[in-house]
Ligand binder design. Structure first.
Ligand SMILES: [Zn+2]
Length: 105
């Protein structure tokens, strides 16, 4: 297990369907913004007609196994909204590992 990599995972669910994607933040130390964030990666797997109905959960697992900050960044928020995802259907873990619901910048 590489413990210098912090993984952010996004799980999208709709009915019995489930899609999962990971992001490896810091995998591109010279240009971290080029890393594909999990919430964007997972959207690419979801059929277009399902996107406005999915529930998305984004969480970060720290080295010690606890949950950490995984709030979608501004770019991802805009992307998710543009794809039709509703704010109330987006859940993410904050810096204390507590689940939060919704986004409004
Ligand atoms: Zn992002």
């Amino acid at each position: 297990m590489k413990n210098n990599i912090i993984i952010v995972t996004a799980i999208a669910e709709l009915g019995r369907s489930r899609w999962i994607a990971n992001s490896r933040l810091g995998s591109h130390p010279c240009c971290p913004r080029k890393a594909t964030h999990a919430e964007v990666a997972v959207m690419g797997k979801i059929p277009r007609q399902c996107r406005e109905h999915v529930t998305i959960r984004v969480y970060r697992v720290r080295k010690d196994g606890s949950l950490g900050m995984a709030r979608p960044c501004e770019h991802c928020q805009l992307y998710l909204f543009r794809e039709g995802v509703r704010s109330k259907n987006i859940y993410w873990t904050d810096r204390n590992g507590i689940w939060q619901r919704g986004l409004n910048f």
